[in-house]
Design a protein around this ligand. Sequence first.
Ligand SMILES: Cc1cc2nc3c(=O)[nH]c(=O)nc-3n(C[C@H](O)[C@H](O)[C@H](O)COP(=O)(O)O)c2cc1C
Length: 333
Amino acid sequence: MSTSPFDPKQFRQALGAFTTGVTIVTTRGPDGQDYGLTANSFNSVSIDPPMVLWSINKDSSSAHAFTEGSHFAVHILATDQEQLSNRFAKSGSDKFAELELQRGPSEIPLLDGCSARFQCKTTYQYEGGDHIILVGEVLEFDRFDKAPLVFHSGGYRRLVPPAPHGQESVIYGENWLGFLLGRAYYQLQLPIRQQLKTMGMHDIDFELLGILSFSEGRTLDELRQLFEFIGKELAQKHLDIWLQKGLLTVRQQDQVFFTESGRQLAIQWLAFAKAAEMSALEALSYDEAQQLKLLISRVIQHTGAELPAHWRKENIWQDNNLWQQPDALLAAR
Ligand SMILES: Cc1cc2nc3c(=O)[nH]c(=O)nc-3n(C[C@H](O)[C@H](O)[C@H](O)COP(=O)(O)O)c2cc1C
């Protein structure tokens, strides 16, 4: 019977307002098995001597392993370890299956890929209602250069650093998303267009290289439709120039493919495009850049319902296209 004066659900929700990182705590049980669970009750306690704490639910199936064990390891999870966190938050499954492990004191399992890791000797245990509070002395720790996963109000989050002072709102004057995306796209393309110009090419060549780089084998008609949708016209004379230069070839059923020299040109174009991306993203941290791409992808998915069939990703994004061949790209650098 609950002795709490509060509605447990509301109490839990209020506690969820406290934003934390996410850890996986591991140990080796007295039965010689590995145990571990996801925990966000972790906190620092003391610098000298170095100590940390966390608490485990008495009903957790691994509770005995931690209360009887002599050591534990705390792994502060990185942004890309959400799946691992979910795996260790489920009771019963073989949580360590196929994970590469190192071993710490008393053979405790150590995981890779986290932001920080603390190997501890269990020094104190306290009663804490339905939890047991475990305090450990830190024997050894590692710090890796990876952004941490964050937990808030029952869900995973990522850290987005605050904008520089005075730039809290959208920095560029115009607040309309379309304007911002268009402007960013235009500016991102500019250095690539300039490079192509020095090679005697024009805007329409830029588009043609772009479209064919992820989707060779379009028929002439499909290519024209793709151009029409982005508000441009692919004139026959343009295609003829490419064909005469030996950069493209038309195979049976009217399908357009790169020739070997066309392919080399496309790879070069792709290297320019990648370099322009890297230079544009210098304004952001790695995490911010990933976040930006993720959010834009979500907008793309949400707004894609009315796209003409030939522009849908499943129809335009060919398997094993040039963008998915990093070796070819590296060779072009
Ligand atoms: C973000 C997050 C934080 C959690 N924090 C704790 C915690 O601090 N202590 C705890 O006992 N369980 C915590 N849990 C729940 C356990 O991970 C979950 O009950 C797990 O199944 C226990 O595994 P076990 O039954 O194999 O011991 C948390 C779960 C999540 C998703």
